[in-house]
Design a protein around this ligand. Structure first.
Ligand code: SF4
Length: 284
């Protein structure tokens, strides 16, 4: 069934076919599709970030996750029944030359999996973008739909696993299948990156593994996750500072484990680290 995009009114199938006009769709109809873990490894080798984003967004390497994301895209939550669902993997999003990188776990079934943009259209994203706006890393306080004009300012977001997993829990095999996309994206943006905020332990662990595999000297003993922890990691392009931050999930924000001032403090710290090192925060 074709339904109108909430902003543009253009009609789309769910899941959205690549290159069919969805706002911010990085893929074209001709983008190569990875159907196995080995093909992820092969296709992640592109030297172009834009091509990497495109390839991520059409990946079909994890059978369980492809089935789940497409099933959710068709069954839909009742409150979004009048909307088309993206139903594809979520590529990294933001500046192609970020100073601040934000690493999360995976997109939400009714959030990124619906809107096609990471952290967009769910409560975690509401918290996160409001904070990024308050500290000067986003041009708007809200992120509801791809194509809404929002820009990250000198920042980029990426998830450890690019498809929405059932119960927010990817299997170790799915995490490993997706890691070449994450590692390659990190490698391509690392020359400009000075601070990396990891939202939750899962993203923190995946980030440290990826950082090590692209030449970062991860300290020993291995850094432990915690809110507002900071570790300096010498890398091939200079030092990066890795910061831990509790994930802005409802489980954490409803219980008060993570408050707005706590989230703002970490984001603000990441921004000031990036500003204090050569290059500063560019305009977006
Ligand atoms: Fe591909 Fe990653 Fe999605 Fe698996 S989780 S299908 S590797 S994009």
């Amino acid at each position: 069934m074709l339904l109108p995009h909430p902003l543009t009114g253009e009609l789309f199938e769910s899941p959205v076919p690549p290159g069919s006009g969805w706002p911010e769709d990085p893929a074209a109809r001709s983008t190569e599709v990875a159907r196995t873990a080995a093909e992820v490894v092969e296709l992640a080798q592109t030297p172009e970030l834009a091509e990497l984003d495109a390839r991520v967004s059409v990946c079909r390497a994890c059978e369980r996750l492809v089935e789940w994301r497409e099933e959710v895209a068709v069954s839909k939550r009742k409150s979004f029944a009048d909307q088309p669902y993206w139903g594809r993997p979520i590529a990294g999003w933001g500046s192609p030359e970020p100073r601040v990188l934000i690493a999360g776990l995976a997109p939400a079934a009714q959030g990124g999996n619906r809107t096609g943009r990471v952290f967009t259209g769910d409560r975690s994203g509401d918290w996160l973008f409001a904070s990024l706006y308050r500290v000067g890393l986003a041009s708007q306080p809200t992120s509801e739909h791809a194509g809404d004009g929002l820009r990250l300012l000198g920042a980029r977001m990426m998830a450890a696993v690019r498809c929405a997993p059932p119960a927010n829990k990817p299997t170790p095999e799915e995490r490993d299948n997706c890691s070449p996309w994450f590692r390659r994206e990190l490698e391509l943006v690392l020359p400009s990156t000075r601070a990396i905020v990891c939202l939750g332990k899962f993203g923190f662990d995946v980030l440290l593994n990826a950082l090590q595999s692209v030449g970062g000297a991860v300290p020993k003993p291995r850094p432990r996750f915690g809110h507002a922890v900071e570790y300096v990691v010498p890398g091939p392009y200079g030092e990066v500072v890795v910061l831990g931050c509790f994930h802005p999930s409802q489980q954490n924000t409803f219980t008060g484990k993570l408050t707005e001032p706590m989230l703002d403090a970490v984001m603000s710290r990441a921004k000031s680290i990036a500003e204090s090192l050569p290059g500063g925060i560019p305009g977006g």
